[in-house]
Ligand binder design. Structure first.
Ligand code: GLV
Length: 306
């Protein structure tokens, strides 16, 4: 029984080392050099070639190599009955929260403004703190931690999601109350899973509903944002700035207007990168559970798509 790693264009060695460190006798096969496809019962995927899983007649479980599973679910060849698990990991959560906190503080304490002032030798003590109320769209493992830490830092926080939630520790708005949610906040964090319902949610129509000058932080997926609507939303004042870690096309093409836009801070999909050492134990545990027919960890709800 073997585990296949299929992550084209990325060096799989760190994953091999981490998995072997935790289970020295593990049988791993690496794409594209898979010699015994019939032995593969679990596949670890990051942006696999669509349709490729048909190579494995005995595949029983798919694991994402990250938190998101949109790259798996977008392949129509993945059978509807195939269980899919994803990575939920403290280190991944910690990194994501730190990134979002950086974005919120950047807006609140205006580091970009002071960097520009320094260049021009300007001493301007006016308005040193922008009052901030943060809304987090997507309140799962990542969004929940972001809310907790920002709340601890003393920021008013608000959650938004597609499902109703009782007993949520912070004010929470479900999808029919989007306008009420946006009325409360001036920093918007997107941590939604990418599903047909959430794709392209951040468009001009949406930004028009925001309080004037809202600051956007998108750390979820590039496809949440209608990219051609962002600069118009900034120009029309619905948004005052944005911090983006994800894009429709990655790497961001040289010709993309975001590179040149001062009001947009760009990072190259590094907000939270899965750490193989930290994530391997749960992959191995799921491999073990698969063999002993036990409930899997971090199982994706195929109906919800995350
Ligand atoms: C990264 O984008 C992930 O899904 O883990």
């Amino acid at each position: 029984m073997s585990l296949a790693i299929i992550s084209p264009g990325r060096n799989p060695q760190v994953w091999i080392d981490a998995l072997i460190f935790h289970q020295p006798d593990i049988d791993i096969q690496i794409y594209p050099d898979i010699k015994r496809p019939e032995d593969v019962e679990m596949a670890l995927l990051w942006q696999h070639p669509p349709g490729y899983l048909d190579t494995f007649p005995n595949l029983k479980l798919i694991s994402s190599l990250g938190a998101g599973v949109d790259h798996i679910l977008s392949d129509p060849a993945v059978p509807a009955s195939m269980p899919i698990v994803r990575i939920v990991d403290e280190k991944l959560t910690w990194s994501m929260t730190n990134y979002v906190v950086m974005g919120v503080l950047n807006f609140h304490r205006q580091i970009t403004r002071y960097q520009a002032d320094q260049k021009r030798k300007v001493w301007d003590m006016s308005n040193p703190e922008i009052p901030v109320k943060v809304g987090v769209m997507g309140v799962g493992a990542l969004g929940g931690d972001v809310l907790d830490k920002l709340n601890y830092l003393g920021f008013p926080v608000f959650g938004f999601g597609f499902t109703k939630k009782d007993d949520f520790p912070y004010p929470y708005f479900s999808k029919d109350h989007l306008q009420d949610f946006l009325n409360e906040i001036n920093v918007l964090v997107c941590l939604l899973p990418l599903t047909p319902e959430t794709e392209s949610i951040l468009d001009l129509k949406f930004f028009k509903k925001c309080q004037t000058g809202t600051y956007l932080i998108n750390v979820a997926r590039g496809k949440h944002l209608v990219e051609e609507d962002l600069i118009p939303a900034l120009n029309q004042g619905f948004l005052s700035g944005a911090m983006l870690d994800v894009y429709r096309q990655e790497p961001l093409p040289d010709t993309h207007p975001f590179w040149e836009e001062e009001r947009i801070q760009i990072t190259p999909h590094i907000a939270s990168v899965t750490n193989p050492r930290a994530a391997s134990p749960q992959i191995i545990e799921n491999f073990r559970r698969l063999r002993s027919n036990q409930p899997l960890l971090n199982l994706v709800d195929r109906k919800k798509g995350y």
